[in-house]
Ligand binder design. Sequence first.
Ligand code: C5J
Length: 227
Amino acid sequence: MTISIPARPYPFSFMPGRTALVIIDMQRDFIEKGGFGDALGNDVTRLAAIIPTVADLLELFRRKKWPVIHTREAHLPDLSDCPPSKIARGDAPLKIGEEGAMGRLLVRGEPGNQIVDALKPIMGEVVIDKPGKGMFWNTDIQSILDNKGVTHLVFAGVTTEVCVQTSMREANDRGYECLLIEDATESYFPQFKTAAIEMITAQGGIVGWATPLAELEGAILRELAHA
Ligand code: C5J
């Protein structure tokens, strides 16, 4: 069975058994005050605003029993997987690995590194700790997707133009068909979100497709009606 969804730049078709949801970095480090995003001077409330939409998307995949993958941008406590250039970059008052209000910034196991309560992974869902912006670099996600027979990925999370776009580009280069749920992703910079979605969908979907959650929900309801 194939489901077709109205999307930019043209309808996105996927087979339910071969499609996984990927929720990128919905961790406290980026979404709550006192985390990494806040230390960089960003308004984190912009990102917190998409939590209900991401929760609805997650619930949809859970109800259908389709695979769910959560990622976290996370480094080992000794920072051996963090390039010195990444630590040194910028003039934030707190750097990666330093102690903030929610523990050490972007370090595995720290309170700030956990996914926000409303989107907490449940048993059976995959959680990938990724040291880079993209989800393939230095992770075992490729073998996880291979084992599940996944060919299509539905993306959500933060931030649109950094970890979401990088992960989509990595996935696209590896042959996955990628759909971004545009109201389930956000940036600290609205113009970057708009531009990232334009870049992804331009030139016939050079990186992938984008659509609002309502279109995915509507397509699944229509499919059920015909089943
Ligand atoms: C950033 C991310 N923005 N998850 N990380 O540093 O997009």
